[in-house]
Ligand binder design. Structure first.
Ligand code: NAD
Length: 350
């Protein structure tokens, strides 16, 4: 059915975008990937990959030329540590990317458009307790989103709605809730909780040091969605006749402490948790999937245990490779120090 459809995935060098390219290709799409960077961990499966800066309208016009469906995933983003520190930069960059991509899609007469929104659009005043009521789509108003990151997502949701009403661009809006899986950022400050936890546990296992640092008291709660489920949800929503924002996540609420224990169980080790200061975001957040079930007659299927096991295996491999490289470099340095002095040096000695 999808053979011959020309899709654009923006943010195709990033975590979800990279997986989405592969997923669409497997369904017979012709795919153009666009990003400022190539995917970090594996070659892109896209038919064509363009390195562009989507903050610029001209680049967006090039990206959307001769395209039927746009999957708009590009964003300047990261985990809590990143989005709680860079408000001006995130708001400016993401407003430019989102507005110019929408406008270019309109001018190039794109048929369908999916915008990657976020659970961060929900008001902070509904998320003050760890035992939260799951968030329904209509709870986004009265608005008080989390950080500049959440404000941009909410404004672009409105832009999608108005571009559909005023210009007939068929827009769809998915509110992702903590998507995780292999081939995602796992170090460097932009990684999100599941990847950070897998890295900490893998490091504990491979260095025989069981201490794991947890930001806050670890009782903050979230729900987590495995990448394969996210991809299924995205493509189903794009081909539905539903245009309002829709939650795309699981409704299993877990604490960060539980996430640590589940990860340790997957790794087969015992851990000791050390609680440290760090950005925690809202106290609790869960997805209400009532509307998701109604609209798509489907909801995410991969259990957290299964998804974490797949993610952990990949991250443990990455950590092992990094540790081995460090060890080799240290051995090379030590060897260089033990080398006898070069003849020239001897000439100057004594
Ligand atoms: P990611 O950071 O891995 O991917 C985003 C990509 O956008 C990156 O590769 C980045 O280089 C690219 N990008 C940034 N600025 C750009 C620019 N000016 N021009 C071109 N490309 C640019 O993030 P992800 O986890 O894959 O998220 C994809 C989308 O889903 C984002 O819009 C994000 O806000 C949204 N989202 C993700 C999650 C999650 O849990 N991963 C949750 C809610 C919403």
């Amino acid at each position: 059915m999808s053979r011959g459809i020309r899709a654009l995935v923006t943010g195709a060098g990033g975590f979800i975008g990279h997986h989405l390219v592969k997923f669409l290709k497997a369904q017979g799409y012709w795919v153009r990937g666009v990003d400022r960077k190539l995917p970090e961990y594996a070659a892109s499966g896209a038919d064509e990959f363009q390195l562009l800066d989507l903050r610029k309208l001209g680049h967006c016009l090039k990206a959307t030329r001769d395209i039927d469906e746009v999957y708009a995933l590009a964003a300047d983003m990261g985990g809590m540590g990143f989005i709680s520190r860079h408000h001006a930069r995130i708001l400016r960059n993401n407003l430019l990317i989102s507005t110019h991509t929408l406008e270019a899609a309109r001018r190039n007469r794109v048929q369908r458009y999916l915008y990657a929104s976020s659970a961060c659009v929900y008001p902070e005043y509904l998320q003050g307790q760890a035992e939260v009521a799951a968030l329904r789509e209509e709870d986004a108003y009265p608005a008080q989103p989390q950080d500049a990151y959440g404000w941009e997502k909410l404004v672009t949701e409105r832009a999608c709605q108005h571009f559909r009403e005023d210009y007939g661009l068929e827009t769809h809006i998915a509110r992702f809730h903590n998507v995780y899986g292999p081939l995602g950022t796992w170090q460097g400050g932009r990684e999100k909780a599941p990847a950070a936890m897998c890295r900490k546990v893998a490091l504990a296992k491979l260095t025989n040091n069981p201490v794991i640092e947890i930001w806050g008291d670890g009782e903050q709660t979230r729900s987590f969605c495995y990448i394969d489920d996210c991809l299924h949800g995205i493509v189903q929503l794009m081909h539905s006749d539903y245009h309002d924002p829709l939650n795309l996540g699981t409704d299993r609420l877990v604490t960060i402490n539980e996430l640590a224990d589940l990860t340790a169980a997957v790794a087969g080790i015992a851990i000791e948790k050390k609680y440290v200061d760090g950005p925690q975001g809202v106290r609790g957040r869960n997805s209400d999937n009532t509307r998701l079930r109604e609209v798509l007659q489907w909801e995410p299927e991969v259990t957290l245990e299964e998804g974490l096991a797949r993610t952990y295996r990949w991250i443990e491999d990455q950590v092992r490779i990094k540790l081995n490289r460090k060890l080799l470099a240290a051995q090379r340095r030590a060897k260089a120090r033990l080398q006898p002095a070069a003849p020239d040096d001897e000439a100057f000695a004594g």
